[in-house]
Design a protein around this ligand. Structure first.
Ligand SMILES: NC(=O)c1ccc[n+]([C@@H]2O[C@H](COP(=O)([O-])OP(=O)(O)OC[C@H]3O[C@@H](n4cnc5c(N)ncnc54)[C@H](O)[C@@H]3O)[C@@H](O)[C@H]2O)c1
Ligand SMILES: [Zn+2]
Length: 477
């Protein structure tokens, strides 16, 4: 049960909302962003009946609703897709229960004036009279809110919903409702985060809280010894949920613990560091370390929910924030947008949505997800050459981004301005050897992630000499 019925990877995404809210446009954009097939139920009804919607309405709304309900039956099966439902589809109790069982349902939010402006004068049968339109809007709103798991104003919101990610200032105070299901929760965090945010999390979990467990601090959490203690301490049954509250070390370790405990229980990630909110807690990779290297034992185990409260970043030490900023700049470069300029809440929302979309397209890292390694081949080499001491991952990534941009023939000003990377003092040959262990040299070339004018490209062959030259440029002395 590494993927339970609650796993976002197994669920359809269904867009609901009033006519004119923009469901079709958003649905098409979402399907493209997360690499899923788009099914517009109005189109299905027209195709199967051989009639247009106005024609069908001409025969009476009841007939149309019958066909619509029958088309919605495809929510019960098939690989996960993006469904766009007509404005009135949720009036069917059967469709509402299919949505609850099989879909992450997203309410595409728009106010009634916007909807009316878009729908008036169209051939939509229910958009003929403004007073009636407004009455129907209020009536339907209740149904949408009842069935929706999330609300979206734009594609980023919809991508996050599809990935099971909820970003909201103050969300920590609503954990009890946001962690899906009704079952008991084991709250796992590190000593520092437990001291700062643990009590809020416990209170908001309320009666669902079964137990509290502390993992050791930092990378010590990602050890077999720490997981052994956690596994022995866990008191959950198979319906239970592990909630990981903390930075990337906590989410990596607790997520992996959940993937194997009782052969896999659900988990919720509640990331509190910038690294975890924009990177570690998104995408379902969980792992612990071995003495031989980092993240060598792990599992793909997508959290049934990721709850991100950007307010928790206010207690994050400045040096930890800088760690996260390196991944933010990486994400912005990949997205081709200056995401690092945004205020915290929006920065986190947009970065998390970018990573979530890439990971939904390639959840098991077979191809394009590798773009997220921009700069990381160099970063890992520098970290290894430093013996994983003295060079933090964020600093190494900042330098790695410099090298990747230089090889891509691109301007490095943004990286310098935002991250101010200073060369590190490590042994050049040791760094080069480490890079070779990470990436084999074949025919005098290595394959790297580079950045083109149209965006990232993975597996680009680069002459080994150029890579070595770029690596040397990151090393002092
Ligand atoms: N699974 C993935 O896809 C993925 C991606 C990136 C990184 N990671 C992993 O994430 C780990 C690094 O994550 P990290 O940098 O968050 O490390 P971390 O979990 O050690 O947290 C960093 C420090 O910040 C503290 N902290 C966290 N939130 C805080 C808050 N709100 N207020 C005050 N202090 C807070 C922690 O106690 C810790 O001291 C690495 O092990 C890395 O391998 C995993
Ligand atoms: Zn990284």
């Amino acid at each position: 049960m590494a993927t339970s019925a609650l796993s976002p990877l197994r669920r359809h995404v269904a867009l609901v909302g009033f006519m004119g809210a923009g469901k079709s446009t958003l649905g098409a954009d979402l399907a493209r962003r997360i690499g899923r097939t788009l099914v517009d139920l109005d189109d299905v009804v027209e195709q199967t009946s051989g009639r247009s919607i106005p024609e069908l309405f001409g025969e009476g709304e009841a007939r149309f609703r019958e066909l619509e309900e029958s088309a919605a039956g495809s929510l019960a099966s098939g690989p996960p897709k993006v469904f766009v439902l007509g404005g009135g589809a949720v009036t069917s109790a059967r469709t509402r229960s299919l949505l609850k069982a099989h879909a992450t349902t997203v309410l595409v939010d728009a106010d009634v004036d916007t909807c009316w402006e878009r729908a008036r004068g169209s051939d939509r049968p229910l958009a003929a009279d403004e007073t009636e339109f407004r009455r129907l809007f209020d009536e339907r709103r209740v149904l949408y809110e009842d069935v929706a798991d999330a609300t979206a104003r734009d594609t980023a919101d919809a991508v996050l919903a599809a990935a099971g990610v909820h970003v909201e200032r103050g969300a920590l105070g609503r954990l009890g409702e946001l962690v899906p299901g009704e079952s008991e929760v084991a709250l796992v965090s590190d000593p520092r985060v437990a001291g700062i945010h643990g009590m809020d999390a416990q209170l908001s979990l309320g009666h669902r809280l079964r137990q509290v467990h502390e993992l050791p601090h930092g990378e010590e959490a990602k050890t077999l010894a720490a997981l052994d203690r956690l596994w022995q301490d866990l008191r959950l049954d198979r319906t239970g949920v592990v909630a990981a509250l903390g930075g990337g070390c906590t989410t990596d370790a607790a997520g992996f613990a959940a993937s194997a405990y009782l052969r896999g229980v659900d988990w919720a990630a509640v990331p509190t560091s910038l690294v975890a909110q924009v990177d570690a807690a998104i995408g379902g990779k969980t792992a612990i370390d071995l003495p031989q290297g980092k993240n060598l034992v792990g599992a793909f185990h997508w959290p049934s929910r990721t709850v991100i409260d950007p307010a928790t970043l206010e207690t994050l030490p400045a040096e930890q924030r800088r760690e996260g900023l390196a991944e933010v700049v990486k994400t912005g470069l990949l997205a081709g947008k200056p995401l690092w300029e945004l205020p915290d809440d929006e920065l986190v929302r947009r970065c998390a949505a970018f990573k979530a979309a890439v990971c939904l397209r390639d959840p098991h890292d077979h191809g394009e997800r590798r773009m997220l390694n921009l700069g990381h081949t160099f970063a890992h080499a520098l970290e290894a050459a430093a013996g994983y001491e003295g060079v933090t991952h964020g600093r190494a990534v900042a330098l790695g981004l410099l090298a990747a941009l230089r090889i891509s023939g691109r301007d490095v000003d943004i990286v310098v301005e935002q991250l101010d990377p200073k060369p590190v003092r490590v042994d050049r040959d040791r760094a080069w050897a480490a890079l070779g262990r990470d990436k084999k040299v074949v025919g005098g070339e290595l394959r790297l992630v580079l950045l083109d004018d149209d965006g990232p490209r993975v597996d680009v062959p680069v002459p080994a000499d150029d890579v070595r030259h770029a690596l040397d440029g990151l090393i002092a002395g």
